[in-house]
Write a protein that binds this ligand. Structure first.
Ligand code: ATP
Ligand code: NCN
Length: 234
């Protein structure tokens, strides 16, 4: 048995019960705006991990960046439009209903309380987000509430060796999606996905330069942006 599997304190019955629980993907983001990079990542991770649903959770007040150009409600509206045709994808607005910074740990804690042990959580993120995770609020406690699944992203690299993040990643590494399903302790899985070099920053730049970001994001989201004249369109 690999050394990172710690089954000793659980009975076989408890282990198979944990393995049978549905896995829910948690896709947090600023989504300013949501684009095909987010949607494709959620789809591929859902398939790789056999997730029963993916919850898109727009951040109301992101802790580590400037306040977004659009309101939290507008970003949630765009997410709702983008995921409307996918029964696997759900919008969760709990961060819009909370005061103060939208810390992920608080979100995971409230989800776990709500689920009452009837499902397990997988926190989905791109490699760029993972590279900065040691600056997150109570980052080392995140694994108490969810697995962390890190998707590859063009331009983003693995943590540099001999850092706290590198040590943590190695200590909790899960080798494959199949092992994640079987593992009772939360861990960190790196998952290769189709490389789509799309970012919300680039999309906002397209608008600023008077170019169209068509084909980088869903058509109905682009329509909404145009209707609401978001992103400094003249
Ligand atoms: N093209 C992509 N490939 C893989 N992961 C992505 C991609 N775009 C976004 N993500 C991931 O989705 C999550 C939410 O990202 P976010 O809403 O900040 O989008 P972004 O495109 O990175 O935005 P911005 O350019 O404004 O920083 C993060 O975990 C991020 O790493
Ligand atoms: O909890 C934190 O301290 C924290 C710090 C930075 C980012 N996050 C979350 O990470 C997700 C992706 O963030 P971003 O800035 O890449 O959109 C989003 O859900 C943020 O709320 C969370």
């Amino acid at each position: 048995m690999p050394s990172h599997l710690h089954f000793t304190s659980m009975t076989m019955g408890e282990i198979s019960q944990a393995q049978a629980l549905p896995l829910i993907g948690i896709m947090g983001g600023t989504f300013d705006p949501i684009h095909f990079g987010h949607l494709r990542m959620a789809q591929e991770l859902a398939e790789a991990l056999n997730l029963t649903e993916v919850r898109f959770i727009p951040s109301a007040t992101p802790p580590h960046r400037d306040q977004p150009m659009t309101s939290a409600q507008q970003r949630a509206d765009m997410v709702a439009l983008a995921i409307a045709d996918n029964p696997l994808f759900k919008l969760d607005t709990r961060e819009l209903e909370r005061e103060g910074y939208s810390y992920t740990i608080d979100t995971l804690q409230s989800l776990n309380e709500e689920l009452q042990g009837q499902a397990r959580l997988c926190l989905l993120m791109g490699m760029d987000a993972f590279a900065g995770i040691t600056s997150w609020h109570r980052w080392e406690a995140l694994l108490q509430f969810a697995h962390i699944v890190v998707a590859t992203r063009p331009g983003a690299t693995l943590p540099v060796s001999h850092t706290a993040l590198d040590a943590w990643s190695q200590q909790h590494a899960i080798a494959s999606a199949q092992l994640l399903r079987r593992q009772t302790e939360n861990g960190i899985l790196k998952q290769e996905i189709t490389a789509l070099d799309i970012s919300a920053t680039k999309i906002r730049e397209h608008f600023a330069e008077g170019k169209t970001p068509r084909y980088l994001l869903p058509g109905n989201v682009l329509e909404y942006i145009n209707q609401q004249t978001l992103y400094h369109q003249s």
